[in-house]
Design a protein around this ligand. Structure first.
Ligand code: HEM
Length: 227
């Protein structure tokens, strides 16, 4: 009886080994495919989103203390920090997170070759084609492994926009120490306008981005779990 049990056990073991070596990846449920978004991408994305949102809401409070555009202030109820000093603390704290996390995101994307693979090739024709398809409800969302041309463009724009935000912020914060940067921004006052406009581009991106994610909730799960 004991010998039969052992024999059955060995047979099952051999069957499993055989299945694992002969099944195609599609048939094999014991092996897991690599994640759509690697863990480092997910971590840097969510840290980046947190830092960027803290910077935007606290930045609005800082703007209100000395508005650039006469008569235009942001309702204090939707700002962060409570008062100018508090908002500056939030803004500077999140700035370090945004900068170091942003460097990690870019470095890992470039070093792994993911940046070229995910965002290129990209052409105006493809953007127009996918934009038209999206507006007429014909854009397919079945393959989450590939970004469509509109997504590629939007993500590239927001990455560049965040760099402009950081550089114009540096020109405002340390305008004496970085005279070249200040002059490239068109002077101190102009750097404030550049900073504000870049913030407006990011705010518009966030509204559209979150709306798009809500339309395809599976993409949200993928950015959380990787699959
Ligand atoms: C300031 C805020 C944000 C910025 C700057 C931002 C930026 C980005 C970028 C650049 C990507 C592409 C990443 C890559 O593949 O390298 C991305 C993807 C994604 N983001 Fe955000 N994001 C922000 C906020 C959010 C929020 C609040 C959500 C959730 C509601 C979200 C959900 C996603 C999802 C689900 C994807 C993957 C889309 C897909 O696979 O189709 N993001 N985001």
């Amino acid at each position: 009886m004991r010998a039969r049990d052992e024999f059955t056990c060995i047979r099952r073991f051999i069957t499993v080994i055989h299945m694992q070596t002969t099944l195609t990846p599609a048939q094999d449920t014991t092996r897991r495919a690599p994640p759509i978004h690697p863990v480092w991408l997910r971590v840097t994305h969510w840290l980046n989103a947190l830092a960027a949102l803290i910077m935007m809401f606290s930045g609005w409070r800082i703007y209100d203390a000395s508005p650039i555009f006469r008569g235009f202030v942001i309702p204090p109820s939707i700002t962060l920090g409570g008062w100018l000093g508090g908002a500056l603390q939030w803004h500077f704290a999140a700035m370090w997170l945004l900068v170091f996390n942003g460097i990690a995101y870019l470095a890992l994307n470039l070093a792994s070759g993911r940046f070229r693979m995910k965002f290129f090739p990209l052409s105006p024709r493809a953007v127009l084609r996918d934009l038209l398809a999206a507006l007429t409800g014909k854009l397919s969302h079945t393959n989450l492994e590939q970004y469509n041309a509109v997504q590629k463009l939007a993500y590239l724009v927001v990455v560049i926009d965040l760099m402009v935000l950081v550089l114009s912020g540096l020109a405002i914060w340390k305008s004496v120490q970085f005279p070249l940067l200040r002059e490239l921004m068109g002077g101190y006052d102009n750097a404030r306008i550049v900073h504000f406009c870049a913030m407006a581009v990011m705010a518009a991106f966030v509204v559209v981005h979150v709306a798009m994610v809500a339309l395809v909730p599976r993409s949200f799960l993928t950015m959380l779990r990787g699959r």
